[in-house]
Design a protein around this ligand. Structure first.
Ligand code: V0D
Length: 230
């Protein structure tokens, strides 16, 4: 089986999952957190090098205040429950996104998990938090302009532009998965997804299980075989 080096997932459909079960949206998010653990552990066991998870977009701030507050409590819930296991499995936590606009407590929790796992050499579990791709590209352009003006660089290439993005140093994304039936990229990793396979799955994120990931990997293998055979 051809295992993608870098998989990115848009974890959509927690609210819809909850509604379908007659539960509150927050219960969908709670279930979504458990699934982050399960899919991360499974991806690591398969030999995936990097898993990027889109947990919160800049647009999510427009949700009702109670829901945003609940979302902000999830890093604590997640790392309190699973940081020990992530350490045991040698998983390294990183993040991309505008960390400055994240509430203090959530930021502290993430920075602590990032610091504690920084020496781990297994899979990179990369959280996209308060991330927007256009924002990232504009910031990269500004950073380049600064370096150019300072005389540190005199040219820009597709390759060197990568170094200005928040994903600098991570392998190229081989596979993007979006759950819950929507077939859009929604301002996620626009530059990085140029050559990625895109797979849209019908199930809501809490229902996306190991079998779902297996099905995606099988589809990925079919597509890369076809591509390789040309
Ligand atoms: C669980 C997606 C937002 C499904 C939605 C890892 C997975 C809900 C955040 C978040 C999670 C919290 C603080 C912050 C930025 C983003 C989040 C986790 C899980 C824990 F500053 N959603 N979300 N964090 N899920």
């Amino acid at each position: 089986m051809a295992i993608p080096k870098h998989i990115a997932i848009i974890m959509d459909g927690n609210g819809r999952w909850a509604k379908a079960q007659g539960k509150k949206r927050t219960e969908g998010h709670k279930e979504g957190v458990k699934n982050v653990r399960s899919i991360a552990i499974y991806a690591n066991s398969l030999g995936v090098k990097c898993l990027t998870l889109y947990a919160f977009s800049t647009e999510n701030w427009k949700r009702p205040i109670e829901e945003v507050d609940y979302l902000m409590s999830l890093p604590k819930v997640f790392f309190h429950a699973y940081l020990k296991e992530l350490m045991e499995k040698n998983i390294k936590v990183t993040m991309i996104g505008d960390i400055n606009r994240i509430p203090d407590e959530a930021r502290k929790i993430f920075l602590d998990a990032i610091a504690k796992t920084s020496k781990n050499t297994g899979m990179i579990l990369n959280f996209a938090l308060n991330y927007g791709s256009r924002d990232e590209i504009v910031k990269a352009c500004m950073a380049f302009a600064k370096d150019y003006k300072a005389g540190l660089v005199d040219t820009l290439t597709e390759e060197s532009f990568n170094d200005y993005l928040m994903t600098a140093g991570l392998p190229d994304i081989d596979l993007l998965i979006r759950t819950s039936g929507e077939e859009r990229i929604s301002n996620f990793l626009l530059y990085q997804l140029a050559y990625s396979e895109l797979i849209f799955r019908p199930e809501a994120w809490p229902d996306f299980n190991k079998q779902s990931l297996d099905a995606c990997l099988e589809e990925f293998e079919h597509r890369s075989r076809r591509f390789g055979g040309l």
